[in-house]
Each structure stands twice: as C-alpha cells, then as structure tokens.
Ligand binder design. Structure first.
Ligand SMILES: [Zn+2]
Length: 150
C-alpha cells in the first residue's frame, strides 16, 4: 500500500472508509484539505495512523506515513461511543446548524468517524448538545428543540 498513488484525495478517502468496515475500528479524519489527509484511530493514545499527501508538485497523492498496528487492543464497538462524547464532538456543529435533522447527524457521525449510531442515540446526543449550549434556559431550549425536530 505505501506505493499506491492516488489521483484524487477522494480515492484515498474511499480506501480508508472501507477499512473500519472490516475491522470495526472507528477512525478519525484529522487534517483534510486538497492535498493532505491524516487519519488516525479514534482511541486516544493509539498510534494507528495514515498520512496521505501530494507527491512533490505533481497532482498525485501517496501515503507518506503509515502505522498499521493498532495499540488499542480490543476492537471498539460502536456502542462504546457515548452520547456524551457525541454531544461534545458535535456541539459546535449543532450550534451552527440548529435545524440539523437526525438523518444528517447520523450521516455526519458516519462520515467523520465511521461510526453507526441509532436514531435514538442521535436524538439523545442532540438533546445533550443543546443542553451544553443553553443549559437550563428553558425558553431557548424549547425553541431550538422544536427547530431540530421539524
Ligand atoms: Zn487503534
């Protein structure tokens, strides 16, 4: 794999996206722009990572660094992703997009971390994020809640 050359970053993304499906290890996309993409294991302290970037000034990309061994031991099951973690991770996104639907929230979690969450988990996470944003300011909370539900 190190000598694989990608013409577009999307190819690399596809390759990386296929990875957790096989291994049940959620990955985190870190740096991402036109020419660079870093991916690492979702588990803090695990060294698993890939870094893909442009070859010189060409329009091709290749994997530059790669640590293929996970140090996180047992595979992380999606159920180990907590509502609290989801809420903290997505609180800013939810603030920016108060009308975010459950479906798009579930899609984001999948795109960003390759984790599959249930509707009820997404709903709990959005509620928790709204609490993080507005605390007990009930009126605001109720308004935003309605906006999200619609
Ligand atoms: Zn790992």
């Amino acid at each position: 794999m190190p000598c694989t050359v990608f013409e577009i970053l999307a190819d690399f993304r596809d390759l990386i996206r296929a990875y957790p499906v096989k291994t049940n290890k959620p990955l985190k996309f870190i740096k991402t722009d036109k020419w660079r993409l870093r991916v690492r294991c979702l588990v803090e302290g695990c060294n698993f990572s890939f870094f893909c970037s442009r070859i010189g000034k060409s329009h091709n990309l290749s994997i530059k660094t790669m640590v293929e061994e996970h140090m996180c031991g047992e595979s992380i099951k999606n159920k180990n992703v907590s509502v609290k973690w989801l809420a903290k991770t997505y609180v800013n996104k939810i603030r920016r997009e108060p009308r975010k639907t459950l479906k798009s929230f579930i899609g984001d979690a999948f795109d960003d971390y390759h984790i599959e969450i249930t509707k009820s988990m997404a709903w709990k996470a959005i509620k928790a994020a709204v609490y993080l944003l507005f605390g007990n300011e009930k009126q605001q909370f109720v308004r935003l809640w309605r906006a999200i539900k619609s």
